[in-house]
Design a protein around this ligand. Structure first.
Ligand code: ITT
Length: 240
């Protein structure tokens, strides 16, 4: 497993009073008091495909998992200005933690294609311009790759996860990374997953991510790998 962990420094300082969570999710006291907020985990992503994959793997944890939609006011997205997946995951986790005061998990991920010098990389969500559908992005990528032979179609999915929290005066900032090697198909295959899944062929299984069951994808994927390392850390954090 190629996961790594890093300790970081201080947290953001935006007021937690500006934002509230919906009645069905967290009591107000949980937001304003970091001690009681420790057992609510905010998954800070607006990508529904990610939420489905993350939530099912986090089920066994001794905490309440909520998403951005459980906040009564969903904060506007933060600009992802980092040059690495880890940088961007930290930007998002810091931002949503500063707003809510909750233990926050954010994730940044994408596809690195060797024949395109690592593109779309951290720009995977915005590849081809803001608002393009996944189907359009796939068509664009296949067009860019149309003259690239099979042996040069190597690629990988990379996922950076950041966990941010505060325990009393102590700031917690941890990061985890996962990778999955594969290659870009000539045409899309499969109906599962999301994003670039229909054109990413897993190097070991020889099928696209969109052809895998949810369990198979989790066991192989960049996100599953990074999340398993995150969960190990969370199990200790939530005990203490
Ligand atoms: P948040 O920032 O709200 O989490 P986002 O979709 O903008 O959502 P990213 O900036 O991390 O997320 O972009 C990741 C993009 O990379 C995502 O939109 C997909 O196009 C692609 N991607 C990441 N993981 C993937 C996966 O498992 N399968 C297919 N495509 C994936």
């Amino acid at each position: 497993m190629e996961s790594k962990m890093a300790n970081e420094n201080e947290k953001g300082n935006q007021s937690t009073d500006d934002w509230q969570t919906g009645a069905r999710s967290i009591p107000q006291s949980a937001i304003r008091n970091p001690q009681s907020a420790i057992r609510t985990l905010l998954i800070a992503t607006s990508n529904k495909g990610k939420v489905i994959e993350l939530a099912s793997l986090l089920e066994g944890l001794n905490c309440r998992v909520i998403g951005l939609e459980d906040l009564s006011q969903v904060p506007p997205p933060v600009e992802e200005t980092g040059t690495t997946f880890i940088d961007n995951a930290l930007i998002k986790a810091d931002y949503y933690h500063a707003i809510t005061g909750l233990l926050t998990l954010a994730e940044d991920s994408g596809l690195e294609v060797d024949a395109l010098d690592g593109r779309p990389g951290v720009y995977s969500a915005r590849y081809g311009g803001e608002g393009l559908s996944s189907a359009d992005q796939i068509a664009l990528l296949l067009e860019e790759m149309k003259d690239v032979p099979e042996e040069k179609r190597t690629a990988r999915f990379v996922c950076g996860i950041a966990l941010v929290d505060a325990k009393g005066e102590m700031a917690i900032r941890r990061t985890f990374e996962g990778r999955c090697e594969g290659r870009i198909a000539f045409t899309p295959h499969g109906a599962g997953g999301f994003g670039y899944d229909p054109i990413f062929i897993d190097a070991e299984l020889g099928r696209t991510f969109a052809e895998l069951s949810r369990e198979e994808k989790s066991s192989r994927s960049h996100r599953g790998m990074a999340l398993r390392a995150t969960i190990k850390y969370l199990e200790t954090l939530l005990k203490g």
